[in-house]
Every structure is written in C-alpha cells, then in structure tokens.
Design a protein around this ligand. Sequence first.
Ligand code: GLN
Length: 540
Amino acid sequence: MIQNYIFITGGVISSLGKGITTASLAAVLEARNLNVTIIKLDPYINVDCGTMNPNQHGEVFVTEDGAETDLDLGHYERFINTKMSRKNNFTTGQIYSEVLHKERRGDYLGSTIQVIPHITNAIKEKIITGGKYYDFVLVEIGGTVGDIESLPFLEAIRQMSVDVGAEHTMYVHLTLVPYINTANELKTKPTQRSVKELLSNGIQPNVIICRSSINLPDNERNKISLFCNVPKQAVISLKDIDSVYKIPRLIQSQKLDSYICKFFKLTTPSANLSEWDTVLYEESNPLGKVNIGIIGKYVVLPDAYKSVIEALKHGGLKNRISVNIQLIDSQDIEIHGIKLLEKLEAILIPGGFGPRGIEGKLIAIKYARENKIPYLGICLGMQLAILEFIRNVVGVKEANSTEFMPNCKNPVVYLIKDKNKKYTTMSSQQNKLIGNMCLGSKQCKLTSDSRVRQIYNAEIISERHRHRYEVNNLILKKIESFGLKISGRSKNNKSVEIIEITDHPWFIACQFHPEFQSNPRYGHPLFIDFIKAAYIHKNR
Ligand code: GLN
C-alpha cells in the first residue's frame, strides 16, 4: 500500500491555527471515505509534553496508549475518527535522544553522526511508521518556517518527496495575509517572503492557505498565485470565523479536497459533510444558555483547559444550549470567597498538579455540594471532592492528600502504590517522580444502581488517565456510610474511578479525563448530562 503525504508548514507568524486547519483538511478527506491520519512534528527539545507547564504550552493531550502529547492531537481527534497514539507526535528531543541512544549502543558502527542523514533519517522513519496503513498521512510541522529548530524537519520532508515520489507528496503552506487599515488593503508580501524562505529549504508549496481577517479578493489570489508559483485554485482563503467547526466547510467550498484528489490521481465520492452541518446547525440555533465555571490554576492560558472547554461546548451542542465558560482562578476564591461563584449554573474542577490553589477549589466544591449546584470533578477534581467530603461531612478536619502534605497521617489520597502499573511514559523509567504515573486508557466497571451507569448506558467503559495519586481504599466504607457513592472502580476492583453524591441533583467526579474522548459530532455522555443538569438547575 502506497501512502500519500501532505506536509503542512506555517509561515509569517505562529498562532495561525495550523493544527485546526490540518485537522479540518483531514476531516474533509475523511468525509470522502479516505483513511486518514495526522502526525505532529514538534521542533522543541523536550522529549514529550509530560513535564511542560500548561501556562506556557497549553494542555497535555493524553492518547489511548498513554502518550503525553501536544494539544494539537486533541484537535485531530475532535475532527477525525482515527485515534491518535504515541506514533502521532514526536519532538526534536525524542529524535535526538533515540539517535544518541543508538550511537552509545554502537549501532552506527563508528560512523560520524550528523544531522543529515542520521537525524533526518530518524525523522523520516517516524513519519513512515506513523503513517503505515493509511491512504493519507497529514504531517504538521510545528513552528514557523525560518525557525532554527525546524530546519532538520524541513530537510526531512523535502527528502520524502525524493524517497516516495513527488506524485505522493504535497506541500501545503499556511500564511498570514494581513489587512492594513490605513491602506485599506490586504498585503501579500509577507506570504511571498515566507514562500521564498520555504524555497530556500528546497520546498515549493503546492497549496497556499491564506489566513486573513476578510475573504481574499481575486486580485490578491492572483498575485499570490503568480508570485508564489501556485495555481490559482490552490490559493485558499481562510478568513477569521466565529467557530472552528466551520473550517471543514470553508475548505470544501473552495474545492481544496477535489484539488488534492486530482493531484494524487484518486477517484473518491465527494465529501459528505452532513455530520459537520448538523454540528453547525446545533451551534447556531441554541434554545438556551448556561454559565459554567471552570475553577483552575492555569487560567491565564485558556489552552491549558482546551479539551475540557471543547467537551463542555460539545455537551452544549447535543442539548442545543450555548455554554458560556468562565475560567476562575482558584486562588482568587481564596481571597474573594464564594461571591465569584454566584452567577454559575454549574461548577467544574479540572485536573491539576501541586498544592497551589487547592484551598480555593475546596471552597468551590463545598459551595457546589451544599447549594446543590451541579458539580463535575475531573482527576484532581475527584480527589478534592473526596477530601472536602471527608473534612466537612464525615468531620475529619485534618484529612489530606500526600500530594499537598507528604507526611500526613492516614492520607485520603496518596501516591499510586502499585509500581507495576501498566501505563508509564518512556521518560518515567528515568524519573522517580513520574515512575508511578498512570497514563492512558483503562477500563472501569460502573455500579449497576448508579447514576453514571444510566448516563453511560454501559457497564464497562474505557477512559483515559493521567495521575500519580489515587484514593486510599481504607476510607471508602466510612465515606459511603455518609452518602458518597463509589459508582465505578477499575476492572480489577482496586482503584476508585468515579464517585457521586446520592443526595444531590448532580455531583459526579471521576479519576479519569473524559474530556479527551469528547468530540463535536457525538459529544461525551458525562458532559452532555452535566450541561443538561446545569440547564435544569438554572430553570429550577
Ligand atoms: N495531581 C493529581 C495526581 O497526580 C491529579 C492529576 C490530574 O488531575 N491529572 O494524581
């Protein structure tokens, strides 16, 4: 089976939405019955995203097989049906560490190790392995053309055309066409410069996608076509829009998918975007609105909660309710108290690490529990829900987690004891701190009389994990006798996976991250039900 590769580079500036554009293009190709996957190449030196600060880099997206990856993989899974894995994201750091490992082992038989061919070969190998079994492999290169770090990646993708044949490789360049107010004009010069930069790396783009605040007029399209040596129908306009889920239609309306199929000499049915049209209909015809608060600690960068935010919106789509999300810093609650929560119709506490802001989150949980406000706790949000319950309902005031008080006696939450947990990262073997981290998909059994069992409409579910602490089983009997129900456990019965408070309209918290499996077309049962509960609460 021969793969067709589409390489996507970015020009002029970062933050043009290369990830979303790549994902949307893949969605349109998938809608033509093609089997599509996407690989993200990240030029930074970190080996993976596991240890990167969410305030700087955004969320860490976790795949089924437990890789801690770039948040773009979340976009990919929200737009196409193919599941991502650790084969779909790699970094300069990972490439170098593997090449150096081989060098130390003597695999290169004494040769001089160089960027070309050793690093570029390693990059190409990763692309080929990740793309096996797919008709189309979209490869997004992180960063902007001209960055020092991306040079080996650009060189590798240039070589790919020689290796697999120009007829199986296409280069798509995404650039900015800025609108200059004083001149009342869109400017194509930055795009021309950027293409020139790409040419200096030996890559002639086949398609240019132009981000701009307004539609690209014919004149500018002609100019870009002429100066950048690209047919006019391959200059695509991507104007600013209010919803990312409109992009597949926007791309398809300019026939980019037909152009690509023609380029690769493929005959396929035309793109069936009816599911996307439904999403757009749901989005633009809401019947109501709810205010949801996310109480977090990485709120300066909303991308730190990207999948949670998207999952809430998807829950809204399936209920035809528009979701207004307020990101609230839990440390602000410590200062200003519950008045910050008063306008909310539901409260969500997402994942997080470390002691900062914990007290504020506990205040928010107490407020949601006592005032019967729908509450969804995710990972840390579940551990804290249990902690709050033990302190304030069971009455054990000194209860704590060893994450916040390492020497606390009889902890409620402690480091995962089972060192042989199946899912660990590659880096974890060398790092004591993440050596016992539970990562990736795990099955969970839901109790027959629980609310979550009804919500999921299934007994066994599979959800993704990312945590190194877990609930102490010795406390369970006590909390259950006070009305906090353990409604799901791991399949081996050893770990608490999901809890609910029975005497509350909607109080559910889980050890796993349901947000990673939500997508706009189908939503996720927990988020759909949560938004419904918020709406009911609002109208009570
Ligand atoms: N810090 C907690 C743990 O490691 C929760 C992690 C999370 O919320 N993802 O268990």
